[in-house]
Design a protein around this ligand. Structure first.
Ligand code: 2AM
Ligand code: CA
Length: 261
């Protein structure tokens, strides 16, 4: 196995262990919102420090872009893109859907991606040109051709509420056409599920690079498409991501296009 992918796997597992040690340590009935958020950011920090020190031990010269500590180093050679705990709100509630996401970009191109679900101990891995695996088994995106029968994942807008009107239009269209819509609450894990064909498509607004990077590579390596709401391809730098098996991606883009200004 590629040594860089191995480092990502080892870092993700270590971070997952830290997260699991803290699950359920918060008493929702007595603790104040502020204290809960502090607790979450402490766990995020611990997990992120573990990931960064694992990487730094092997590659002190590599750049890092991480949710908690931000950007260190330049992104023109190797850059690790890290979300130490994706699905923090779920984690805080003991709702068992969250993950660690780590990607490695080289000269702007995604090379490796790892998403680890510490509750199920499921490991999703991908390297460019090598496909993607869940616990070593080859993953494939859906081959479904129409929204009828499709299970579509999404996330609700949380930051810019002015997007809510557009989002609700999209939501209505998908609810009317698809077999089901799910909102699990961890965008990175959702993207891994699209790669695995567990969901046929996915869209969400306002995501950050660390929510998406590893999952984007996985979906592409599994034959799926990733891009913008209008169906144009490419990494969604604006944070508005559309993803899915080829036909489902196109069908969602056809629904969304008339809604976009
Ligand atoms: P996070 O848990 O790492 O913050 C869910 O819609 C997705 O949005 C998750 O990947 C979550 O990542 C991200 N997100 C970022 N900020 C959020 C917020 N304030 N509330 C809910 N989700 C948020
Ligand atoms: Ca995240």
């Amino acid at each position: 196995m590629n040594p860089l992918l191995n480092i990502a796997i080892s870092a993700a597992r270590r971070a997952g262990d830290i997260i699991i040690r803290h699950v359920g340590r918060i008493d929702r009935l007595t603790i104040k919102v502020k204290e809960r958020n502090d607790f979450a950011s402490q766990v995020d920090r611990l997990a992120e420090d573990e990931i960064i020190s694992t990487i730094r031990k092997a590659h002190p010269d590599h750049a890092i872009l991480a949710e908690e500590s931000g950007a260190q180093g330049s992104d023109d050679e190797f850059q690790w893109i890290i979300d130490p705990l994706d699905g923090t709100t779920n984690f805080l509630h003991g709702f068992p859907v969250f993950c660690v996401s780590i990607a490695l970009r080289h000269r702007g191109r995604l090379e490796h991606g790892v998403i680890y679900d510490p509750m199920r101990q499921e490991l999703f891995t991908s390297s460019r040109g090598e496909g993607a695996q869940v616990d070593g088994r080859r993953m494939r995106v859906t081959s479904l051709k129409t929204l009828e029968g499709a299970l579509i994942g999404t996330g609700f807008p949380f930051r810019e509420k002015h997007n809510l009107d557009l989002y609700l239009q999209m939501f209505e269209a998908v609810v009317r056409k698809a077999a089901g819509v799910r909102r699990p609450g961890s965008a990175a894990l959702d993207l891994a599920y699209v790669a695995a064909g567990r969901m046929d498509g996915f869209w969400e607004m306002g995501l950050k690079p660390w929510d998406m990077a590893a999952g984007v590579l996985m979906i592409q390596e599994c034959g799926g498409l990733v891009g913008h709401f209008d169906g144009s391809p490419g990494f969604p730098d604006d944070g508005n991501i559309l993803a899915g098996g080829e036909k489902i991606y196109q069908a969602l883009a056809e629904e969304f296009k008339p809604m976009l200004g």
